[in-house]
Design a protein around this ligand. Sequence first.
Ligand code: PEP
Ligand code: CO
Length: 445
Amino acid sequence: MDTVWTPASWQQRPAAQQPEYPDSEALQSVLANLAQLPPLVTSWEVEDLKSQLAAASRGEKFVLQGGDCCERFDECTSDIIVSKLKILLQMALILVHGSRRQVIRLGRFGGQYAKPRSSDTEIRDGVSLPAFRGDLINGAEFLPQVRTPDPERLIRGYGKAALTINFIRALGTGGFADLHHPQQWNLRFASNTPQEGRYQGTVARILDAIEFVETILGESISELGTAAFYTSHEGLLLWYEQAQTRQVPRRPGFYNLSTHFPWIGDRTRMLDGAHVEYFRGIANPIGVKLGPSITPRELLHLIEKLNPANEPGRLTLIHRFGVDRIDACLPPLIEAVQQAERIVLWCCDPMHGNAELTETGVKTRRFDNILGELDRAFAIHRRLGTWLGGVHFELSGEDVTECIGGARGLGAQGLSQAYRSLVDPRLNYEQALEMALLIADRIKP
Ligand code: PEP
Ligand code: CO
């Protein structure tokens, strides 16, 4: 039986993937401080996103969600933020053009600092220390004092998130005026490949369309507020989420005002667990990641808990099965949701079911498997009459070398050139741009 919900009621449930803070008084004093700080987003932005997601669930819009697997405090820099926004905006333009629909831009940023781990500890040369759980919790360096969870990091994380969101908001109002200049679109990766002409053709048509619209309107599209971004992160560290859960004047309920869209990870979506308890009570639009272990029955229970009123836009189901398992896993879930007449937005994360290790033990993902899972996802939803309304990527705007494949043909040997992720491998600028060009072909009306 569900008891009365409060922002703290999750503390009565088993909470997976939480750190053990050695000094609980220090934690409580940080949380009291965090609860006093101003919110990072507003309730009206959150409600606006929810109504846009409702439109996406009706097939009227498409969602592009993307960013790092794990944001790092020391990557809160101008260059890295600008290049991440640039790739997301370019991908969104490509998807608008392909789908003939508005694209909702949802960053994995401004709080994506906490990670679930498969093991609580890491052992090196016989020494066992707590696993690195993201900068919000501890440091990556393999030293006892660095790996000990430190509550002060909650305040630092809030600060980095605020700096990131502040800069993104500023860039959104005019900072991307140049995006439609051809030199901003780097297609060199496709030079001398069979795809070259097709990719250049698509980008030329997009730039043409922008110029046409700007000529008619007599103003630059960047002045039309087209660069608005929403933020999202996995709501993993519940102390952090609770401290920023607020009531606002003139609206009922509680909002998590650390982000527009928090989601529950595949490892913390247990029906009776603390995460589902916390998420059921907030008013934000939320996501849930669905991996191969979810059953249709369990999914219906989860939906009943998280969206009992069947509110449109409230719940996004982000499936991530892997190219080999999606055919078996996805159709029964879609059919169950259809039969129960539940309103959800379907989104495909083609990253998290497709991780593999190279022969030398490097964690990677293949471009072809990522695209392959998306292909299967589009085909399955089309066959069952549902709208796949979004895609979810781990990507970087930099020239990192973490995933294999793409037109440039990055191989396993090339991964060491610029492998920077401490957790999951991301698509780089070129791979992400190419992925958007290929998806655009698949979502043409
Ligand atoms: C993630 O999105 O980085 C993640 C851990 O995903 P999942 O919960 O789907 O495994
Ligand atoms: Co990840």
